[in-house]
Design a protein around this ligand. Structure first.
Ligand SMILES: Nc1ncnc2c1ncn2[C@@H]1O[C@H](COP(=O)(O)OP(=O)(O)OP(=O)(O)O)[C@@H](O)[C@H]1O
Length: 253
């Protein structure tokens, strides 16, 4: 299902956080959201998830304004893995992942075989199945992150929003997660700080600065040496990787 933002603006008090943000992610594609700290990536994801209402503009899912969708419909369709997502209760991994099934269940139906399959499959995909009975408080940062991702996958969403999902993950799990997300038939928006990973796995990229989109397009057209210098303040050389054919950034010391 497609995700569209039309001319979104959002302020906290008198402070503008997002200004005139428009984007479209076609069904099945992955959009990478890039930008320096504080540029508005998390704020934009929260608006796309329907957690915050814009002051102007609108968010459309498959052409439908999200303000016209019920909370339950939205919860069934859109999964959001937030940065620093906390789970305070002392639950087991499997119990956290089961929360992802909540929007799909009716108060009359019990736990179904389909719910169980979705939970088991999500834990396997997120690489956390071996820890399914471990208590939340005993997990490492990366294991907690993978548990949140499993919960989002158990939700079986058509749109998946991820805020720096590879934080805390070791390199195997970073690559594994991005490969998994981009191979699933869902539409995703991922805020990332690793520009090489964004180039490798995202269909299109958006670069934000001070709440505005200042570049958008495929990785090769967005990740230029000039942009890296102007927006990210780093000297770098960009080459087409002979291994995967995507841009590869060499940072200069
Ligand atoms: N509750 C808040 N009150 C005031 N300002 C806020 C609040 N939340 C966010 N901001 C400001 O909004 C701006 C955008 O923040 P946001 O978290 O969306 O950026 P980001 O691109 O996700 O940053 P990072 O890469 O550091 O995660 C920042 O200037 C931030 O200070």
């Amino acid at each position: 299902m497609s995700i569209t933002a039309e001319n979104l603006s959002w302020a906290i008090g008198a402070k503008p956080i997002l200004r005139g943000v428009s984007l479209t992610v076609p069904p099945g594609q992955t959009l990478g959201l890039l930008g320096p700290n504080g540029s508005g990536k998390t704020s934009l994801l929260r608006l796309l998830a329907g957690l915050k209402r814009p002051n102007a503009g609108r968010v459309l899912l498959e052409g439908a304004d999200i303000t016209t969708l019920t909370r339950r419909t939205l919860a069934r369709r859109v999964a959001f893995v937030e940065q620093h997502a906390a789970t305070t209760a002392d639950l087991r991994v499997v119990d956290v992942v089961k929360l992802g099934r909540f929007p799909h269940r009716s108060i009359f139906a019990g736990w179904t075989a389909a719910d169980e399959t979705a939970v088991q499959q999500a834990m396997a995909r997120a690489g956390i199945a071996a820890k399914s009975t471990a208590r939340w408080q005993t997990l490492s940062g990366g294991e907690r992150q993978r548990t949140h991702i499993a919960r989002a996958l158990a939700q079986n969403p058509s749109e998946l929003l991820l805020d720096e999902p590879t934080n805390h993950l070791d390199i195997q799990h970073q690559i594994g997660l991005l490969r998994l997300i981009t191979s699933l038939s869902l539409t995703s928006v991922i805020a990332l700080h690793d520009l090489n990973h964004a180039a490798m796995f995202c269909d299109r990229l958006i670069v934000m600065q001070a709440g505005q989109i200042i570049a958008a397009g495929d990785p090769a057209s967005v990740l230029t040496e000039a942009l890296l210098k102007d927006i990210f303040a780093v000297e770098a050389r960009v080459e087409t990787s002979p291994h995967h054919g995507k841009p590869h950034i060499h940072y200069l010391r």
